[in-house]
Design a protein around this ligand. Structure first.
Ligand code: ADP
Ligand code: ADP
Length: 224
């Protein structure tokens, strides 16, 4: 079944910038899809609309999360390009934040934090502070924080763009393993052709045409 369904979605910001659309997009449950395109074509806007962080100017955004949600779980996990960690808090406390916001605590919450840290390979670093971590490890913390609420849909906005090539490739591989094990729907924004093709089952190419208002979309299939 479908996890995400967008129909005729456009975004015109208050500044008058026509950032997106109209966009039709279907993402199947468990699918790994990339949104690929140059800076400014509306990738982040599309992701924020799917996340509900921004409202469309026209069209509809529908999510179909799993039936019964556990307390403290959330349909969406969001990973930004900047890890945006709290510098004064340990890795463990950073990962706990979404559970705290959902008023979930106790041994269930602590167990989930352990699980999320193990999933990203950071079990040994629970008591470290962000300043002690490399860029790649900070990104892993950010990923653990997104996974801790057990989301159905993981939205990632150029998460590895600031990392060196080797770290980035390691994280690509680890993300692929995670996806194969966790069966989550992933929508991954990137401007890297390699990354999109390497990671995804399907690449959605977004093009920004100079002289046109808005964006034109083409959907192509990339066989894994
Ligand atoms: P991408 O992620 O592909 O780089 P964005 O979605 O960030 O593209 O931006 C699409 C267009 O919308 C750009 O012209 C950008 O400057 C503009 N834009 C993005 N966010 C906002 C905002 N909050 N307010 C006004 N304009 C924005
Ligand atoms: P909403 O869905 O409520 O319109 P937006 O994502 O458009 O939320 O952002 C809220 C406000 O912040 C908008 O008025 C937008 O113009 C402004 N804003 C945020 N980021 C930018 C930016 N990069 N450039 C210009 N305006 C911005």
């Amino acid at each position: 079944g479908l996890a995400v369904r967008l129909r005729g979605v456009t975004k015109i910001y208050d500044s008058g910038v026509a950032a997106l659309g109209p966009l039709d997009l279907d993402v199947n449950r468990g699918e790994f899809v990339s949104l690929l395109g140059p800076s400014g074509c509306g990738k982040s806007t599309a992701l924020r609309l799917i996340a509900g962080l921004s409202t469309p100017s026209a069209g509809t955004v529908e999510l179909s999360p799993r039936g019964t949600a556990r307390r403290g779980s959330h349909p969406i996990g969001f990973v930004f390009q900047e890890p945006t960690l709290m510098p004064w808090a340990t890795v463990r406390d950073n990962v706990r934040l979404p559970l705290k916001l959902a008023h979930t605590s106790g041994s269930d919450a602590e167990g989930r934090i352990d699980q999320a840290l193990a999933q990203v390979g950071l079990a040994e670093f629970a008591t470290a502070y962000p300043r002690e971590l490399s860029g790649g490890m900070k990104m892993r913390v950010s990923l653990a924080r997104a996974l801790v609420t057990d989301p159905d849909i993981l939205l990632m906005d150029e998460p590895f763009a600031a990392l060196d090539e080797i770290t980035r490739f390691r994280l690509n591989n680890d993300l692929l393993s995670l996806w194969r094990n966790l069966h989550k729907t992933v929508i991954f924004v990137t401007h890297s052709v390699f990354e999109s093709v390497y990671l995804s089952e399907r690449v959605i190419v977004m093009t920004a045409r100079p002289g046109r208002i808005g964006t034109e979309f083409r959907i192509t299939s990339a066989e894994p």
